[in-house]
Design a protein around this ligand. Structure first.
Ligand SMILES: Nc1ncnc2c1ncn2[C@@H]1O[C@H](COP(=O)(O)OP(=O)(O)OP(=O)(O)O)[C@@H](O)[C@H]1O
Length: 242
């Protein structure tokens, strides 16, 4: 494996019941400090790829290495620890606890790990998403974009090797989506954060360094430094051939 890869998949296959092959012999690496978008038609295996790469699901065969650790060699406890400390996840729904302030939400992963949250660490994480001033606000007092930024700060508080984002702008309007995408781009450029994002939106994908296309559980090419027009054209071609 290339030592600069934050996540590396080799010949990963994931079968489900009833003969469904969600991933079919996928080999792909995600370089440390890079931003990758994963796209493909509905049912092409994007979420399964993310789940396997994040150690939330175990492949039927093949190898997944995250931050230099081969996930197959880890028992459940070590895998849980790796996920907790080295992997961040954000979803379309922000999943913030409404009764907690932004700072308390961000501190939650540390509390769940049995650690006493370091207020500087929490503040730094909120500052990295531009919300240091809002740390005492509750989710209902924040806009959708700000709530997603709190969710990103929460995912980053443990300083994970990789941030996985599954449709992170799916619940946001166009302007707010751009705000969140610019933030993610900035985290890669300024803090060398590795980000892997599933999206259906060609404009969202254009913020990434690279777009990887999936169809029928296989990788069908990629684009470097994509622009939204190129991505949309490639998606139309893929959908037409499926
Ligand atoms: N738990 C499961 N059991 C059986 N089949 C599954 C399961 N999860 C996913 N699949 C199937 O695996 C294939 C890939 O699903 P996956 O959710 O990874 O696709 P996707 O590209 O993320 O789709 P979408 O864009 O619609 O969210 C689909 O055919 C899906 O029906």
């Amino acid at each position: 494996m290339n030592s600069m890869q934050a996540v590396d998949l080799t010949s990963v296959t994931r079968h489900y019941a009833h003969g469904v092959t969600a991933l079919d012999d996928v080999s792909i690496g995600f370089g440390a400090g890079t931003f990758t978008a994963v796209m493909g038609p509905s049912g092409s295996g994007k979420s399964t790829l993310l789940q396997c790469a994040a150690g939330l699901d175990r492949p039927s065969s093949g190898r997944v290495v995250v931050d230099g650790r081969d996930l197959a060699t880890l028992g459940d406890r070590k895998l849980t620890l790796l996920r907790r400390d080295r992997i961040g996840f954000v979803f379309q729904s922000f999943n913030l606890l409404p009764s907690l302030t932004a700072a308390q939400n961000v501190a939650l992963p540390l509390r769940l790990a049995g650690r006493r949250p370091d207020s500087q660490q929490v503040r730094r994480s909120l500052a990295s998403v531009g919300l240091a001033e809002r740390m005492h606000h509750r989710p209902a007092e924040l806009s959708g974009g700000q709530q997603q930024r709190v969710a990103i700060a929460r995912a980053l508080v443990t300083r994970p090797a990789v941030l996985f984002a599954d449709e992170p702008t799916g619940a946001l309007d166009t302007g707010t989506s751009r705000e969140v995408l610019r933030l993610m781009r900035d985290l890669v450029d300024r803090q060398s954060q590795t980000i892997i994002m599933v999206t259906h939106d060609p404009v969202a994908a254009s913020y990434a360094d690279r777009v990887v296309f999936l169809a029928d559980g296989r990788v069908y090419g990629e684009l470097q430094d994509p622009d939204a027009g190129q991505v949309a054209t490639r998606m139309l071609q893929l959908e037409a051939s499926c």
